[in-house]
Design a protein around this ligand. Structure first.
Ligand code: DOR
Length: 437
C-alpha cells in the first residue's frame, strides 16, 4: 500500500482541537503520525503548504438514485462526485426504486458502495414500506443486516400520521436508531411550488408555508420527548424550525438538525427567473429564514451541514417550472459554498465549518473511521485550498446529473486531494482514473 507524507499543511481537526501547521504521514491505509518530520522512508511527498488538511467530509444526506434511476446517478458516480467534493463518507437516502425498506436493498446499496471504493457509502433505511407512511419497514432487520443501518427516514415525504411516527420512534429507541424526518405537512404543502411569501405572490406560483415544516418539527420534538428516541431533522429551512430545535435541545430532547448549502446561500429571490434548478424541497425561503439558519449553524443548534444531493435528469428538469421535480446536486459545491458563505463572511471559523461537515455528522452516525484525524486510525482526509477562487461549471461535475442553480457562480475554496482509507482517490482535483469505474 502507498505511503504518503502530506507535508506542511494547516492541519485542522475539530475533534482534537488541532489547528496548526504539521505533517501527516499515511501508511498502510492509516494515519501513521502527525507532527513535524515523522519517520517517513519511501513515502511519496504531497506538498500541502498553503493548504488545509482536514478529516474527510461526511454527508448525511445523499440521493444516490441507485437502484432505479441509474440514468440520473449511480452509487459509483455519486461516490466519484463525493470524493471530488472532499467527502469520504455519504449516507444514501432510501427513496430509490425499489425503496430501501428491506435488508436486501440496504445490503445491495452498501455492497455497491464498497465495490465503487471511493467513499464509505452508508445506507439509510426507510421508516415505512414503500415510503407510504402506513406499515413499518423492517427496521430491526436493516439494523442487523451487513449494512448496519443506523438512520431511518421517509425523506422526500414527511411522515403524516403522528401515531405511525410515535410507533416508529418507540421501535427505534429500543436499539438507539435515529428517526430522521423530512418535515412537511402534506396538506399544507399540497401543490406548492416554492416558499409562500411576497415572491410567490409576485410570480404567481403556489406557495409552501413555513408552517408546513414547523408543525411537523414541533410534533416530532414532542414525540421524541415521550419516546426518548434520537430525532434528526433533515434540511431545516425556516426560522421557526431553528427556534424549535434550539428550545428542544435546551430542554434536553435528543434532537439534532442539518442545513443545506442552498438554504444558507440562497433565498426565494433565486426563483425570479423561474429557474427549475432552484426548485427544491423544502423550498428556498426568505432572507430572515436564511439568516436564522446561519445563526443556527453558528450557535450549534444546527450541528450539521448536509447536501441533500438530489440528481435529476435534464429532460425532467428542463421543463416548465411547475412540472420540474424538486432537488439539486450538491456534493461538488458544498465545501466551497461553506467557505464562501460561512467562513469568508466570518460566521464560522474553518474549524467550525469542518466540525459541521465532518466531525459532527460522523459523531451522530457513530462512525469511528470518519470525522477525525487519529494516529492509528484510517486515513480518511481531505486536502483543500481555502483561498483559491474558481467558477462553478456543472459540465465538470463527476455526478451524472447537472442540476444546480450555482453554475457560473464564483466561489472560494477547492478540493485538491482526497484520501479514502489511505488511498489517494482525488489527486490535484481529479478523481484518480484507476479509481473510476
Ligand atoms: O428537493 C428534494 N429532492 N427534496 C427531497 O426531499 C427529495 C429530493 C429528491 O429525491 O429529489
Amino acid at each position: 500500500m502507498s505511503r504518503y507524507l502530506i507535508s506542511g499543511g494547516r492541519v485542522v481537526d475539530p475533534a482534537s482541537g488541532t489547528d496548526e501547521v504539521a505533517d501527516v504521514f499515511v501508511a498502510d491505509g492509516s494515519i501513521a503520525g502527525i507532527g513535524r518530520d515523522p519517520a517517513t522512508a519511501d513515502a511519496e511527498v504531497v506538498d500541502a503548504s498553503g493548504l488545509v488538511v482536514a478529516p474527510g467530509l461526511v454527508d448525511m444526506h445523499t440521493h444516490v438514485r441507485e437502484p432505479g434511476r441509474e440514468d440520473e446517478e449511480t452509487i459509483a458516480t455519486a461516490s466519484a462526485a463525493a470524493a471530488a467534493g472532499g467527502y469520504t463518507a455519504v449516507c444514501a437516502m432510501p427513496n430509490t426504486d425499489p425503496v430501501a425498506d428491506t435488508a436486501a436493498v440496504v445490503e445491495k446499496v452498501w455492497a455497491l458502495g464498497r465495490e465503487a471504493g471511493l467513499v464509505e457509502v452508508l445506507a439509510a433505511g426507510a421508516l415505512s414500506r414503500g415510503l407510504a407512511g402506513e406499515k413499518m419497514a423492517d427496521l430491526g432487520e436493516m439494523a442487523r443486516s451487513a449494512a448496519r443501518v443506523r438512520i431511518f427516514t421517509d425523506d422526500g415525504h414527511g411522515v403524516q400520521n403522528a401515531l405511525f411516527a410515535r410507533r416508529a420512534m418507540e421501535y427505534l429507541a429500543a436499539f438507539d436508531g435515529i428517526y430522521a424526518e423530512h418535515c412537511e405537512d402534506a396538506a399544507l404543502a399540497a401543490g406548492g411550488q416554492m416558499h409562500e411569501g411576497d415572491r410567490s405572490a409576485e410570480l404567481g406560483l403556489r406557495g409552501i408555508p413555513a408552517a408546513a415544516e414547523e408543525l411537523m418539527a414541533e410534533r416530532d420534538i414532542a414525540l421524541a420527548k415521550i419516546t426518548g428516541c434520537r430525532l434528526h431533522l433533515l434540511h431545516v429551512s425556516t426560522a421557526g424550525t431553528v427556534d424549535a430545535v434550539r428550545r428542544a435541545r435546551a430542554a434536553g430532547v435528543r434532537v439534532t438538525a442539518e442545513a443545506t448549502p442552498h438554504h444558507f446561500t440562497l433565498t426565494d429571490d433565486a426563483l425570479t427567473g423561474y429557474d427549475p434548478n432552484a426548485k427544491v424541497n423544502p423550498p428556498l425561503r426568505s432572507e430572515a429564514d436564511r439568516a436564522a439558519v446561519i445563526a443556527g449553524l453558528v450557535d450549534g443548534t444546527i450541528g450539521v451541514i448536509a447536501t441533500d444531493h438530489a440528481p435529476h435528469a435534464l429532460e425532467e428538469k428542463d421543463v416548465e417550472f411547475q412540472y420540474a421535480p424538486p432537488g439539486l446536486v450538491g456534493l461538488e459545491t458544498a465545501l466551497a459554498l461553506g467557505i464562501s458563505e460561512l467562513v469568508v463572511p466570518g460566521h464560522l471559523t474553518l474549524a467550525e465549518l469542518i466540525d459541521r461537515m465532518s466531525a459532527a455528522p460522523a459523531g451522530i452516525l457513530g462512525l469511528e473511521s470518519q470525522g477525525a484525524l487519529r494516529t492509528g486510525g484510517p486515513a480518511n482526509l481531505v486536502v483543500f485550498d481555502p483561498n483559491v477562487s474558481w467558477t462553478i461549471d456543472p459540465a465538470q461535475f463527476h455526478s451524472r446529473s447537472r442540476n444546480t442553480p450555482f453554475g457560473g457562480r464564483t466561489v472560494t475554496g477547492k478540493v485538491v486531494h482526497t484520501f479514502f482509507n489511505g488511498r489517494r482517490v482525488v489527486r490535484d482535483g481529479a478523481v484518480e482514473s484507476e479509481a473510476l469505474v
